[in-house]
Design a binder for this molecule. Structure first.
Ligand code: PMV
Length: 331
């Protein structure tokens, strides 16, 4: 059996940063400390083909034509174990994956990777899972991957005391012509991964305050998305991005994802806005800056970002759809 799935990366407007504190299993299960909201990004996607193989004693993983290292292969293998357990089988699998965004451009790919792997492996194993189940399982591979399963604008909820969590769609991609102009300032792999960032977050004296604010922020963002209100969405998004990075920078040990180039772009965006250009920024666990604007301002934002020193490339993404199966296989 063989199946291929495509999933988009996503950018969070309210970030997932830190795990719930309801027992030791929370971090392994990627139960988040706070709810989050994101947008799937159409031209940042992962395509993954999963094939069941006879007579092999280990899973294999190829990413963009290169055999993955042991750590990445074992992480994918652990994820396949979850799906194999559901299907009641043990057979090994060959996983071939391709990212359509520039590899090594410092863009987070674990969300699209684990969403595509979940959908493709479930189909290969003949599992019939609904969106909620797929989202829950994708979360176990990488927390933010649960938000790449549903379509368009997505919310990842947290229920008090629950041992499971998953994401659902707030609005489809065509609801709002937003653009994410991503100013790439570094192609390096991030030196501190989000896994360590989540672990360290509670050691910051700011963490609890940010977590307490998050439900109200998510509420405002959800309404702003429904109203297509960029000002309201942008304000919450920028504040939460800075709050998340403040938590990272005040954690023990501290993590500094920003570089001088990052800060230059943040300041430029605020200045452009003061001059009347509606654009807002957010930053994930790395130095690159995501600048959100409406379609009509995309060219201006793109052009201005390219003119800033330190910006090596600008990728532009529009709202993307749900993780889905496709008929054409990679191998
Ligand atoms: O899914 P992870 O463990 O890679 O964490 C994602 C963390 C952020 O990208 C910084 C925020 C988010 O909500 O996507």
């Amino acid at each position: 059996m063989k199946a291929t799935a495509v999933a988009c990366a996503n950018i969070a407007f309210v970030k997932y940063w830190g795990h719930a504190d309801r027992g030791s299993a929370d971090s392994a299960k990627h139960l988040p400390a706070n709810p989050s909201v994101s947008l799937n990004l159409d031209c940042l996607s992962t395509t993954t083909t999963v094939t069941q193989v006879e007579g092999s004693d280990q899973d294999t993983l190829t990413i963009n034509g290169i055999a993955a290292g042991t750590a990445a292969r074992e992480r994918a293998s652990r994820h396949l174990d979850r799906l194999r357990a559901l299907a009641g089988t043990k057979g090994c699998m060959r996983v071939v994956s391709h990212n359509n965004f520039p590899t090594g451009a410092g863009m987070a790919s674990s969300a699209s990777a684990f969403a595509a792997l979940t959908v493709a492996a479930a189909a290969t194993l003949g599992l019939s899972l609904d969106e909620r189940a797929l989202s829950s399982i994708a979360r176990l591979g990488s927390g933010s991957a649960c938000r790449s399963i549903p379509t368009g604008f997505v919310e990842w909820t947290v229920e008090a005391g629950e041992q499971d969590s998953y994401a659902h769609s707030i609005a489809p991609p065509e609801h709002w012509g937003l653009c994410d102009c991503i100013a790439v300032v570094s192609a390096e792999h991030k030196h501190v991964g989000s896994i360590q960032g989540h672990e360290a977050a509670p050691s910051s004296f700011l963490h609890q305050a940010r977590v307490e604010q998050a439900p109200a922020r998510v509420e405002t963002c959800r309404q702003a998305i429904l109203d297509r209100d960029l000002e309201a969405l942008g304000r919450e998004m920028e504040e939460d991005a800075v709050a998340m990075h403040a938590v990272a920078m005040t954690a023990r040990p501290p993590v500094y994802y920003w570089t001088p180039d990052t800060l230059r772009i943040m300041r430029a965006v605020v200045e452009w806005r003061a001059q009347g250009l509606p654009v807002y920024y957010t930053i994930d666990a790395g130095p690159n800056v995501h600048c959100l604007c409406e379609q009509g301002h995309r060219e201006t934002v793109e052009h201005r970002l390219r003119s800033l020193p330190g910006v090596t490339q600008v990728l532009v993404a529009c709202p993307g759809r749900e993780a889905h199966l496709v008929p054409d296989h990679l191998d």
